[in-house]
Design a protein around this ligand. Structure first.
Ligand code: ADP
Ligand code: MG
Length: 683
């Protein structure tokens, strides 16, 4: 068997310099090296004739060197190298910069293969910075070539040959990591074939088979690890048993509205968790406006009356303030004390709050991440509620949880996540879903419109504002950008609106780069009705509640994820007025049209999310990174949904039959999970 822990320095071709560069890439051992998967591949398989080259494409040509290298200096220390090559259909000029060592590399009349990007200007065909092979010695051309991610000063050629050497050492000798019965029933390729084909595939069919195997392995490992993490929570840690005599119904009966069936069901689940001696770790998913806040208020009531404290963490200061109002309104009559802790507070006030918190005189502390700072000390923290968790991430959650003694945790998110993804994103949590909106909500009318309808949209805004309503207008950018020429920016639009289009109205703006205090001030004035049109980036995406605002206009809607558009849409429709969401898009692509149609036809966030996943397949669905996910080496949660589903079905079966992976036929899985997550889990 090969020693996979062997340091890369012993691999052929790795000198001391390269070793440092490899370490920068996180490659220390032979195993790291062979699992450093390509980012993409270039098909340098078939050469093209010069006559057939297309401007902008990358192509391989098989040519004769037709001139000496022409070297010209320009600027200071800059050198341009040019050479003419030819085949039986035409001529092409090759250009390099500063690579002076190429000067005498090519011999007139000999045959070479070049691969690079084609430029065609005024009929002149050029290729810039091509890579090359001498005829018959194909190293860089003539096959499917792996391209590795960000390699610093290591050239692609170098890392490619180091990996090739690494693969030679392990060829045919890797121990299979997936049990035979799984390989068979899921038709997965064996590890030795797959490792070779993932780096240097014979063809794309082989590549796909190899990739499927590694994706499957990676997802299965994470899924099994998460379930063991969860069962460890469930079994080992002692949590707080909240008082059975404190009835949630006391608060429920005091409300001016009836809770929905979904809210009641979720509260029942939470109540059960709270009374048990295991810490609650629950994700509460619910569409915008489905009434999650009241659920957390009722939970915090139970905590307070059991003699414990709650921490409520909101993603923005505006939301924290809004929460304070809602919590106070409901709980003050019960003698529960709620306080707000903010970033920019006066020192004296802050000290008072911190002292009272420490003394247990405050039942519920509400704030943003300022809550997590070190000098905040609770007397006996019993419940942590994080609202809109994707802004916090797992680590921050752990930090605040550490301020108590195994407090219960309720994570609330309004980003609807298809169930498949939820299981892997929040695999360590139990999941509750509010899948029903309070009754008598008016349906928000959604209208996707092409950019040339802009002026009609403006008239529509005017009409609504004249009737006393307010409007949100969202743009993808803060300031104009050359990179995104066709995108509206907040600053640009503010200028247009204030001077040309709505000079008679009060127009203001909001974006993430503004100071917190300015943002809060603008938001307050909007809430108070002083501002009629609020132009902003997606900072208003989260939770803001202004019932009088009935119009949401989004510029360049094609640039937003559907889940995000759905969130934005949720900012309106919060009052008694008919509300509208107008999506201005500037794209003719089929995908955009399909996505706009989904927005128009669907108002259920979970369906929107499923569709988004289906249509886009991949991409920034809602930014996986923010979720504090385990980083995947090869799997892509969005492209690999179908594999994920297979894996989850399998993991569920395994969990049922052999939860601790003790059976001999699962010993490889046991090892996989332990090795990959040894710091976090011991089964
Ligand atoms: P979410 O946080 O899920 O987006 P909120 O908790 O902010 O939603 O609720 C939106 C609004 O609906 C709030 O004003 C809240 O008081 C109200 N609400 C919550 N539950 C109900 C209900 N069952 N019936 C009527 N109104 C409700
Ligand atoms: Mg909310």
């Amino acid at each position: 068997m090969v020693d996979l822990n062997k340091s890369v320095q012993y691999i052929k071709g790795v000198g001391p310099n390269n070793m440092l560069l490899l370490q920068k890439l996180g490659i220390n051992t032979l195993e790291d090296l062979i699992t450093f998967y390509p980012r993409t591949y270039e098909d340098r398989g078939k050469p093209k004739k010069i006559y057939d080259l297309v401007d902008g494409e990358e192509a391989l040509i098989d040519v004769i060197c037709a001139s000496n290298m022409n070297v010209t200096r320009f600027a200071k220390n800059k050198v341009m190298l040019k050479m003419l090559v030819r085949d039986d259909t035409g001529e092409c000029v090759l250009t390099w910069f500063n690579q002076t060592y190429l000067k005498d590399k090519f011999k007139l009349g000999e045959r070479y293969q070049f691969y690079g990007k084609v430029n065609i200007k005024y009929g002149r065909i050029e290729m810039t910075r091509p890579v090359f092979d001498k005829d018959g010695l194909s190293k860089n051309t003539g096959k499917i070539i792996p391209i590795y991610p960000l390699t610093y000063k290591l050239s692609q050629n170098k890392i490619r040959s180091i990996i090739e050497n690494g693969l030679k050492e392990v060829a045919g000798k890797l121990e299979e990591t997936i049990p035979e019965y799984i390989l068979k029933s899921y038709d997965l390729e064996d590890i030795n074939t797959a490792i070779k084909q993932i780096h240097f595939p014979n063809d794309f069919k082989e590549y796909n088979k190899a990739r499927r195997r590694f994706v499957f392995e990676e997802l299965l490992t994470v899924q099994l690890a998460l379930s063991s993490l969860k069962s460890r929570y469930d079994k080992q840690i002692n949590g707080i048993e909240f008082d059975k005599n404190v009835k949630m119904s006391d608060v429920i009966d005091s409300l001016p509205f009836k809770l929905t069936k979904a809210q009641l069901k979720v509260l029942e689940e939470i109540d059960k968790d709270m009374e048990s001696n295991k810490p609650m770790n629950r994700l509460l998913q619910g569409d915008v406006g489905s009434g999650k806040t009241i659920v957390s208020i009722i939970a915090a009531y139970k905590v307070a009356k059991s003699g414990y404290q709650s921490a409520i963490m909101a993603p923005t200061a505006i939301l924290a303030e809004q929460h304070l109002q809602e919590f106070t309104k409901v709980l003050e009559p019960f003698g529960v004390r709620c306080e707000l802790l903010q970033g920019g507070m006066r020192a004296k006030k802050r000290q008072e709050i911190l002292q009272d918190l420490k003394d247990g005189k405050i039942d519920i502390l509400i704030g943003t991440h300022a809550l997590i700072v070190e000098d905040v000390e609770f007397k006996n923290l019993g419940l942590v509620v994080t609202d809109e968790q994707h802004r916090f991430g797992v680590r921050q959650r752990a930090n605040i949880v550490a301020k108590g003694n195994n407090p219960d945790v309720l994570v609330m998110t309004a980003t609807p996540i298809p169930r498949t993804l939820a299981i892997i994103l929040y695999g360590d949590l139990d999941i509750s879903i509010i899948d029903e909106l309070p009754p008598n909500r008016k349906k928000i009318e959604t209208y996707p419109v092409k950019k040339n309808m802009e002026h009609r949209v403006e008239e529509f805004i005017r009409k609504n504002v004249q009737e006393g309503r307010q409007a949100y207008v969202v743009c993808p950018l803060v300031e104009e950008s050359e990179e995104y020429e066709n995108c509206k920016s907040v600053m640009e639009l503010v200028e247009e609106y204030k001077t040309k289009i709505f000079p008679e109205l009060k127009v203001e703006y909001l974006h993430g780069k503004m100071k917190q205090k300015e943002k809060d001030d603008i938001m307050k004035r909007f809430k108070d009705g002083e501002i009629q049109i609020l132009i902003s980036t997606t900072v208003i995406e989260v939770g803001v509640n202004v019932p009088n605002a009935n119009t949401m206009v989004v510029y360049n809607a094609e640039h937003f994820g559907l889940a995000q558009l759905h969130q934005l849409r949720g900012r309106v429709g919060r009052g008694e007025y008919q509300s509208y969401c107008i999506l201005i898009y500037d794209s003719n692509s089929k995908t955009t049209k399909e996505r706009m149609k989904t927005m128009k036809e669907t108002d259920n966030g979970f369906i929107v999310a499923e569709k988004d996943l289906e249509i886009r397949g991949s991409g920034e669905f809602f930014g996986t990174r923010q979720h504090g996910l385990p980083e995947f080496k090869i799997a892509n949660l969005f492209e690999d949904v179908s594999i994920l589903k297979e894996v989850q079905a399998l993991a569920a079966k395994i969990e049922e039959i052999d939860p601790r992976l003790e059976n001999d036929y699962n010993r490889q899985l046991h090892k996989l999970v332990e090795e990959k997550f040894e710091d976090r889990i011991s089964i």
